[in-house]
Ligand binder design. Structure first.
Ligand SMILES: *[C@@H]1O[C@H](CO)[C@@H](O)[C@H](O)[C@H]1NC(C)=O
Ligand SMILES: *[C@@H]1O[C@H](CO)[C@@H](O)[C@H](O)[C@H]1NC(C)=O
Ligand SMILES: *[C@@H]1O[C@H](CO)[C@@H](O)[C@H](O)[C@H]1NC(C)=O
Ligand SMILES: *[C@@H]1O[C@H](CO)[C@@H](O)[C@H](O)[C@H]1NC(C)=O
Ligand SMILES: *[C@@H]1O[C@H](CO)[C@@H](O)[C@H](O)[C@H]1NC(C)=O
Ligand SMILES: *[C@@H]1O[C@H](CO)[C@@H](O)[C@H](O)[C@H]1NC(C)=O
Ligand SMILES: *[C@@H]1O[C@H](CO)[C@@H](O)[C@H](O)[C@H]1NC(C)=O
Length: 359
């Protein structure tokens, strides 16, 4: 009773059944493709296997083969009338596809696709018709290995235990998206606190950047491992942050410290040399000053300048100046060692005063 109330439904069912039977009678040709996805490395050639087994020996002129993209039905490669038919071939497959003519009679309709790129990834359908026809679809996947990952620190200065720090792990030129596993030295999974981003280049290959945020502990190791779902483990990189690094992380600081130490040693040596020299000239000066005094007393009548004479005798060095400042002989070595004095003046005032105090 219900059936008679629903004639359209009944009609549709019978129509469907006849269509299915028609398809079944027509699709007698068995066509086989790989069930597992075909994985091809970026840049390499791919063989998309497709084989058929006709009921009996056949005339090649009766054979038609259509390879097309399953989703868009765009033509990848056509063959009938005993030759390739590429008029409606999608442009990006131009000059990249071929069949094996000798193999066709043996039921091998496999397609050679050269220089596979990321954009080739997808489902391909192989249609074969002799008298009957059949079809099957396979999945092509493209893989590219990533470069060895590199881990860098956000900033290498003034690291202290307890600081929050961003570690960046970068690898490029790979496909598809890789899995990232961050671990510490003890193998603890740190993958919870990461941010991973992917950027594709014009070839569709990815640069993968994964940022891990950690609270720094002394002597810690952080490793970044890459896992390509098609190629397996790809490599890993790690950084170790030692206690030393935390105290004086940058090379620049070490250089600075080293230079400062060198300079200090140099200055102390200079101070020692200079103070000895000044002491010597000081004693000489005192001696000569006494002489000069006597001379002055003697010569006060002859009119010869004591200063000039003393200066002549000491070759223009300490003596004349010591005389001028009247015993406060801070600059005693000025004329002889002008450049050293500049260093003292410019760099280390207090030390200069100490030198002066020695005498
Ligand atoms: C294609 O078929 C040949 C012969 O059956 C087989 O050796 C080869 O592994 C197949 N290739 C793929 C990618 O399935
Ligand atoms: C078809 O022939 C080609 C070329 O000899 C070969 O590489 C491929 O594996 C063959 N495929 C099958 C399914 O036999
Ligand atoms: C194949 O077909 C062509 C054209 O239909 C015909 O001329 C030829 O004789 C056939 N060859 C065989 C072996 O049947
Ligand atoms: C394909 O090859 C032909 C001849 O070698 C050439 O003229 C044509 O430009 C090529 N097409 C592409 C898209 O490379
Ligand atoms: C992730 O970060 C939170 C907050 O910074 C922290 O409490 C947690 O321990 C971290 N997880 C791991 C696995 O390091
Ligand atoms: C690490 O932790 C992340 C997030 O908690 C998880 O998705 C991942 O499967 C873990 N990996 C391993 C190797 O334990
Ligand atoms: C870090 O490691 C070094 C050498 O492995 C060790 O000498 C130092 O004591 C360690 N520091 C800490 C804080 O664990």
């Amino acid at each position: 009773m219900i059936c008679s109330l629903n004639p359209p439904w009944k009609t549709m069912l019978s129509l469907l059944l006849t269509t299915m039977m028609a398809l079944q009678t027509m699709a007698m040709l068995e066509v086989n493709v790989p069930e597992q996805p075909v994985v091809v490395l970026h840049g390499r050639d791919a063989v998309l296997n497709c084989s058929f087994s006709p009921a009996s020996a056949f005339n090649l002129s009766d054979l038609s083969i259509f390879w097309q993209l399953t989703d868009t039905k765009r033509s990848v490669h056509g063959y009938w009338g005993e030759r390739d038919q590429l008029v409606d071939q999608a442009e990006r497959f131009a000059n990249r596809t071929s069949l094996w003519p000798v193999q066709l009679g043996l039921g091998n309709a496999s397609l050679l696709l050269s220089s596979v790129v990321v954009a080739d990834e997808g489902s391909y359908t192989c249609f074969v018709r002799v008298q009957d026809y059949g079809s099957a679809a396979l999945l092509l996947l493209v893989a590219a290995p990533y470069s060895k990952p590199v881990v860098t620190l956000e900033s290498e200065t003034n690291l202290r235990p307890g600081d929050e720090l961003a570690l960046t792990c970068v690898a490029y030129g790979g496909y598809p998206e890789a899995g990232v596993i961050w671990q510490d030295g003890g193998g603890r999974n740190l993958t919870e606190n990461i941010t991973t981003s992917l950027v594709a280049n014009e070839e569709g290959l990815f640069t993968m950047t994964s940022v891990l945020t950690v609270v720094l502990e002394p002597n810690s190791t952080y490793s970044c491992g890459l896992f390509n779902p098609l190629l397996g483990e790809e490599g890993y990189a790690f950084v170790t942050i030692t206690g030393q690094n935390m105290a004086f992380p940058p090379v620049a600081l070490w250089v600075t410290v080293g230079l400062a130490v060198c300079l200090l040693v140099l200055l102390i040596a200079l101070a020692a040399v200079c103070s000895r020299k000044i002491k010597e000239s000081c004693e000489e000066a005192r001696r000569e000053a006494e002489e000069a005094k006597e001379l002055e007393e003697e010569e006060s009548k002859t009119g010869v300048g004591a200063r000039r004479r003393a200066g002549d005798e000491s070759g223009g060095s300490a003596y004349s100046l010591i005389q001028e400042v009247g015993g406060k002989n801070v600059m005693g070595f000025k004329e002889e060692n002008a450049s050293l004095e500049d260093i003292f003046n410019g760099l280390i005032g207090p030390l200069k005063m100490n030198v002066g105090k020695d005498f």
